[in-house]
Design a protein around this ligand. Structure first.
Ligand code: SAM
Length: 249
């Protein structure tokens, strides 16, 4: 199938992503573990462009700023502990680390290369001064966290994962929150779920499916009107397909 810009979808991946596409093929052919595959893709992307955008059409800079401004409007203060789940190369961290009190930013990512690249982008002196907690982990069990967090942002993370990871997150997140913790995450919603990734690393789910998993774990959800916070950009490209969800307790 061709599109307007010429070439098949596969040809476009080869053109823009090189080895990235080869690992998509590997995933299909060798039935490798999805998280290993995804880590490989992140490592590849980071090596090529550490400022690879969280989601089209945002840049690394404005993607992080949008998230940060939103959290501020929703009450984030310096003394809060913020967990940036799937923190990538610290686009949110670039704004939140300088703002928050020492040790109050907690970034978790599957890719150590993303975390290392993010530290360089934020700058050594800020990292030394603000001592963010940066953890490489691919499970959402949170065993290594022995404190409660006030905010969780998982921006463009669960829309890249099989739904079983979302269910696992919902079950275990209770260990690291308190009654007032605010939780925000994105999903890519479609009426019909796909069990294989579409477009390399995208997964989409119906809102009912997400709501049911949340309910089973004692949570509810509200859809955030992102256009109200971020304007018309939310109607473009990748952002258009994402819904920002507030998980309610
Ligand atoms: C599209 S990027 C978004 C990064 C960041 N939230 C941002 O807005 O710039 C998705 C991130 O989620 C991370 N990720 C995916 N699965 C993960 C998992 N199971 N545990 C931790 N991080 C994960 C990826 O490595 C990647 O950095």
């Amino acid at each position: 199938m061709s599109d307007k810009s010429g070439g098949t979808r596969e040809e476009k991946y080869v053109k823009y992503n090189g080895d990235y596409f080869r690992s998509v093929k590997k995933f299909d052919e060798e039935n490798i573990d999805y998280l290993d595959y995804y880590r490989e893709i992140m490592d590849f992307r980071v090596a090529n462009d550490a400022k690879s955008a969280p989601v089209d059409p945002c840049t690394w800079e404005d993607g992080g700023k949008h998230q940060f401004d939103f959290l501020k409007v929703r009450g984030l203060m310096k003394y809060h502990k913020l967990m940036d789940l799937g923190c990538g190369t610290l686009s949110l961290g670039n704004n939140a680390i300088p703002y928050l009190d020492v040790g109050n930013y907690v970034g978790i990512d599957i890719s150590i290369k993303a975390i290392e690249a993010g530290k360089k982008l934020v700058g050594e002196s800020t990292i030394d001064e603000k001592a963010p907690v940066l953890i490489q982990s691919d499970v959402f069990g949170f065993d290594v966290i022995d404190f409660k967090v006030d905010y969780i942002m998982a921006f463009s993370v669960f829309n890249h994962l099989e739904i079983k990871y979302f269910a696992y997150f919902c079950k275990h997140v209770k260990n690291i929150i308190h009654g007032e913790t605010k939780i925000f995450l994105t999903i890519c919603h479609e009426p019909v779920r796909n069990i294989r990734p579409v477009r390399a690393t995208s997964y989409q789910y119906s809102l009912d499916e997400i709501n049911n998993i949340l309910k089973l774990n004692g949570f509810g959800m509200k859809i955030v009107d992102t256009e109200k916070y971020w304007g018309r950009i939310t109607m473009q490209k990748g952002l258009k397909r994402l819904k920002l969800i507030e998980v309610t307790q």
